[in-house]
Write a protein that binds this ligand. Structure first.
Ligand code: ZN
Length: 123
């Protein structure tokens, strides 16, 4: 997953920040989906690599993820608050989070990054 996330950086569209990020999510049935950040001149429209990967997977029918890897160079790419909330929507049962910056790799869990996610009980 880390290798796929690193490879996904090659497709990042980051002309404003020059901070290319790649991500790879794993579904509960073992499928892997990669994503990259896609920036926009209207900065608020920028989409992070994590959400790109999640949206790709959900659009293919995935509904639960067990892990995500996020890769960048220059700073550890901890998921932003928006991505933590989006990941939590599909992390029922927990999600391992791998963060890598060059050779450094850190393992954490979504519950540690976002202990009090917003949820609505839906049937
Ligand atoms: Zn984000």
């Amino acid at each position: 997953m880390v290798r796929i996330a690193r490879d996904a950086r090659a497709n990042a569209y980051a002309p404003y920040s020059n901070y290319s990020v790649g991500a790879c999510v794993r579904t509960d049935d073992g499928r892997l989906y990669a994503g990259c950040n896609v920036e926009n001149a209207s900065f608020g429209m920028t989409i992070c690599a994590e959400r790109t990967a999640v949206v790709k997977a959900v659009s293919e029918g995935a509904r639960r993820f067990t892990a995500i890897a996020v890769a960048a160079e220059g700073a550890m790419p901890y998921p932003c608050g928006a991505c933590r909330q989006v990941l939590s929507e599909f992390a029922d049962g927990g999600m391992i989070v791998w963060i890598t910056d060059g050779d450094a790799i850190e393992r954490t869990e979504l519950g540690a990054l976002l202990p009090y996610n917003f949820i609505i009980n839906h049937q």
